[in-house]
Write a protein that binds this ligand. Structure first.
Ligand code: HEM
Length: 247
């Protein structure tokens, strides 16, 4: 079996764990911001999504190195099984197990993203929500397990990561509430002139055709098109108003 102990591997395990935690924090924060569409001309939505993807791939790479060095290092014995099966590690099973849960959740997110074209957007989004769950368990693992957990700099780093995720979540909840309030206001405005009725009256005025009653088999005359066609003035739908509001 592949196993080794050297101070290099020991330091590599700790360093890659810490870098993976910071990158995972960045991934979660960017994911929250991207989902909330915090776009600006200098940082458009596609650039945010791209950065989110790249940071997540980097996080996965450091996580893989962390897990590999943890398993091959003989100073602590965690075993290969604990890479994927939680709470079976002979060394500190609870704290190692939480790290494993984090890896499992991230693996589910990574695999579903690779197979995104083959599943519905709803299923993919439901699985993607697991990414949020991986962050608190990874943080608990890092603080419960880490040699550096009692050091001031590590506490400061953990506090900064927690503030970043907490701040992004608070912004997202606030943004979501504001969007709902805007949608309600837009709904109230358009309710005064119902969209379907306004459209039908406009069509009747412009074509002279009457809308068939329910159950009638008489076809509706098509609206004229081309140069002579009258300009149609549509009432903005609630969704359109909302989209406009958001930009
Ligand atoms: C999302 C997943 C994970 C993250 C973000 C993560 C991150 C970390 C961090 C930040 C530390 C503390 C380093 C230090 O302060 O010295 C640590 C320690 C450790 N991790 Fe992980 N880890 C994860 C998953 C795992 C898994 C799956 C295993 C085992 C298979 C593992 C094994 C270890 C071990 C053995 C230590 C102890 C190092 C020590 O005693 O100082 N980790 N991890």
């Amino acid at each position: 079996m592949l196993a080794s102990h050297s101070t290099t591997i020991w330091y590599a395990m700790r360093a890659t764990g810490i870098v993976a935690l910071v990158l995972l924090t960045g991934t979660v924060v960017l994911g929250i911001l991207t989902a909330g569409r915090v776009g600006s001309p200098s940082w458009p939505a596609f650039a945010q999504a791209d950065l989110h993807k790249r940071v997540s791939l980097l996080a996965m790479a450091f996580l893989a190195l962390h897990v590999l060095t943890a398993v091959v290092d003989t100073y602590v014995h965690v075993g290969w099984a604990s890479v994927l099966v939680p709470f079976v590690s002979p060394y500190r099973p609870l704290w190692t197990g939480l790290g494993t849960v984090g890896v499992d959740l991230l693996a589910a997110v990574a695999i579903s993203s690779a197979l995104r074209q083959r599943m519905s957007a709803r299923t993919w989004r439901a699985i993607h929500w697991l990414a949020y769950g991986s962050w608190p368990v990874a943080m608990a693992h890092s603080l419960g397990m880490g040699t550096d957990a009692s050091r001031l700099w590590m506490d400061a780093l953990a506090a900064a990561c927690t503030l970043a995720v907490g701040g992004a979540l608070a912004w997202r909840v606030h943004d979501h509430r504001e969007a709902s309030a805007r949608a309600a206001r837009a709904g109230a405005t358009t309710r005064a002139v119902p969209v379907h009725r306004a459209d039908r009256s406009a069509a009747r005025l412009s074509t002279g055709a009457s809308t068939p009653r329910p159950g009638s088999t008489r076809p509706v005359s098509p609206a004229p098109t081309g140069a002579g066609a009258p300009v149609e003035h549509r009432t903005a739908s609630p969704t359109r108003l909302l989209e406009k509001d958001r930009t």
